[in-house]
Design a protein. Structure first.
Length: 353
């Protein structure tokens, strides 16, 4: 097993990190662009991320289809490249594998990820739309027998399904759950998940990560107090938005941690940055068209920085929506301090070696 598997993933995730959802770099004929894929992984490592998630929505769920032949290559390449890039003594980096499909498929994918040195599986339940919540919980327990679980509340508009408080209350009792990505883009449902962790008393065992790309900074600075004066906090983020401008994201998370819950001018400035970041996310994720241009939008930023050669997706029908490119132009011009253009330019040649 690869060196990466030595990490105490629960302890690591509880510290709180920027974890980018890793995109899939393709050539113009929609084959895996190995050099650009490796460059992306090196970028995330150099930017100070605490891990990467591969095989998730941002990597394109189509790679889980056997006909694509891309799941093992994408997982393996990311693991090997991250291991090479983070091999310095004391460096810790979490490898998170996206897992989906039927129980048989999910268990097989979990076993594959484990064999490739992945520390946890980000389990998507959106591919089981007809399963009851009890059936979903049995599904989760089966996968947890193979690999530690990173729970995943994905919004329905990009392939997830609604899950009630009862589901999360039972999910967090699964011993192998190490973290949860909260990404319903809904404040009510976000509170459901946090309250479930609080009620079970497992806040020191299960790390909460925001996946709400529309509310990143507010999620990270909010104390979730349910009346006992012992607030829970979302400690980091596993985000498609953090697949771009990752160096800036690491700096922002560091600033939030340094505040240690204090308020004042610094707090207000962070909330103001949060509004700017949400404005950027609306353009990049194509909120105006129900997120149809989300993946091409991420790719467009990476293309402009030189990390990708194009916006190509496995689904040839996907590209920027009408007006989306102009919106991306606008936010890049308005908020240059949120970008990583100079950082990438300074290191791109070494990442493409």
């Amino acid at each position: 097993m690869l060196q990466t598997a030595m990490l105490d993933v629960r302890k690591h995730l509880l510290r709180g990190w920027v974890i980018p959802a890793h995109p899939l770099a393709l050539t113009c004929d929609r084959r895996l662009d190995v050099a650009r894929q490796q460059a992306l992984t090196r970028y995330y490592c150099a930017a100070g991320a605490g891990g990467i998630a591969v095989g998730v929505h941002t990597t394109q769920f189509e790679i889980h289809e056997p006909k694509s032949g891309l799941l093992r290559p994408a997982l393996e390449l990311a693991s090997e490249t991250a291991n090479e890039s983070t091999g310095l003594p004391g460096r810790r980096f979490a490898m998170i594998a996206g897992i989906c499909g039927s129980r048989l498929q999910a268990v097989r994918e979990a076993a594959l990820a484990r064999s490739l040195g992945y520390h946890a599986g980000l389990l998507s339940l959106g591919t089981l739309p007809d399963a009851s919540e009890d059936q979903l919980l049995d599904h989760c327990r089966a996968v947890a027998e193979v690999i530690p679980l990173f729970g995943f509340y994905l919004q329905p508009s990009v392939g997830g399904r609604e899950l009630g408080y009862r589901f999360w209350r039972q999910f967090v009792e699964i011993p192998q759950v190490v973290a949860i990505k909260i990404a319903p883009f809904d404040r009510y449902r976000t509170v459901d998940v946090v309250r479930a962790v609080w009620e079970t008393g497992r806040s020191k065992e299960i790390a909460l990560y925001t996946g709400n790309d529309d509310n990143i900074i507010a999620d990270l600075v909010t104390p979730y107090d349910f009346g006992d004066g012992m607030p829970l906090r979302i400690v980091g983020g596993l985000l498609g938005q953090w697949a771009v401008w990752t160096r800036t994201a690491v700096r922002l998370l560091g600033e939030i941690k340094s505040m240690n819950g204090s308020t004042g001018s610094g707090y207000a400035e962070l909330l103001a940055l949060g509004v700017q970041l949400t404005d950027c996310n609306a353009a990049i994720f194509d909120a105006a068209h129900a997120y149809r241009g989300c993946l091409p939008g991420i790719h467009e930023i990476l293309r402009r920085e030189g990390l990708m050669n194009g916006r190509w997706c496995l689904d040839a029908s996907l590209d920027l929506s009408p007006g989306q490119e102009q919106e991306i132009d606008r936010v890049c011009h308005m908020y240059p301090h949120l970008g990583d253009f100079e950082f990438v330019a300074a290191h791109l040649d070494e990442w493409l070696r």
